[in-house]
Write a protein that binds this ligand. Sequence first.
Ligand code: NIG
Ligand code: FE
Length: 427
Amino acid sequence: MHAGKVPSLLLKNARQVLTLAGPSEPRRGRALQELGIIRGGGVLIQGGKIAAAGSSRTVEARARALKAEAIDCRGCVVMPGFVDSHTHLVFAGARLDDFERKIQGKSYEQIARAGGGIQLSARQVSETKLGALAAQADAFLNRMALHGTTTVEAKSGYGLDVANELKQLEALAMLRRRAALEIVPTLLAAHALPGKFSGRREKYLRTVEVELIPRVAKRKLAEFADCFCDREAFTVAECRSVLATARRFGLVPRIHTGQFARAGGIRLAIEVAAASADHLDHATTPDIRALARSNVTATLVPGANFHLGLDRFPPARRMIDAGVAVALATDFNPGTSPTLNMQFVLSLACAYLRMSPAEAIVASTANAAYSLRRSHRLGSLEPGKDADVIVMDVDDYRAIPYYAGWNHCAMTIKRGQIVCSRMKHHA
Ligand code: NIG
Ligand code: FE
């Protein structure tokens, strides 16, 4: 879009503006609590970028010269849009039978062996046409925007063969061209061994490395490559090989690991300089120390623990205190985390990970942006950055996780454009 065509906007009179001003590096330790709050502040948006964030008086003077449209944010919190850095956005149906089996006491892995799980989602994806997959993902994106998310990482991983993994990524490519939100595509071919390759693990992984990764890279269908390094998924050696090939083709590694057992994936993430290691419920103290010395973001997804009804949560407190760059994401998927509401994830992080509201906000904006290699452009309200801004109808940021399960988002702005709003004069 031509920058000059985007009208200038002034968000004024906010009770709190959370600028999150700070370096584009991962926020660790005490820096994870620094929201850069301006009380009685405003944000000026010009050409899709942040022009200024400061006291209402300062920004109003500049806004007058630009004839910016003013939006009164009295009683509200203005902050960066959420960056949901781990989702499985493209799927073709809920797994409601799995849900009931889980309630009856079956484990995630037992459900998978009984014909549910990832294989069921893969069957559903294979039976669904590209257009229908994209349409459903588009509907999810609209709902994410209503809840304040402005950037979404989205993985394949329910295709589990060349054609269907490509189909998932093609659906994302269609949406990248037309959706209001920013989509960051990730290839997750090493998610589960497809049923038809049972007993022939190497054959499947060879297809991924020899055929799929080169095709995905050539067509620029993904920026990242992920793998599921866990008990009953793929081994460290298998994931190392897939991620090394992906890296050679320009795809930056991410890893799902330590969800069900300590599988060695954290060390692998550090070894291959992954952008992120996700889940990490089984991280040990030496794992935490090693993570703290690295630039691998620890992306925690408590929505999955919650929905699986687990007692165990990742050791977030110990991670933050040790200096790990922690991020939060929904892990939105039909099996383990059917929530797409980042505000609810913040509530879970406060209740179960013992993160403070401020830490939860930094983890779901600035650090999530860093893990997607976008912290120079996203994750804080600073001059020159993209104007990805949300207005929350609470007068104290701590109320966002406190009133759990609500939707506090009154307006979502992506690159300076109002994507959705329920503010009075924008109803
Ligand atoms: O992040 N752990 C593996 N992958 C997903 C679950 C996928 C599924 O069950 O469909 C996760 O939790
Ligand atoms: Fe996941």
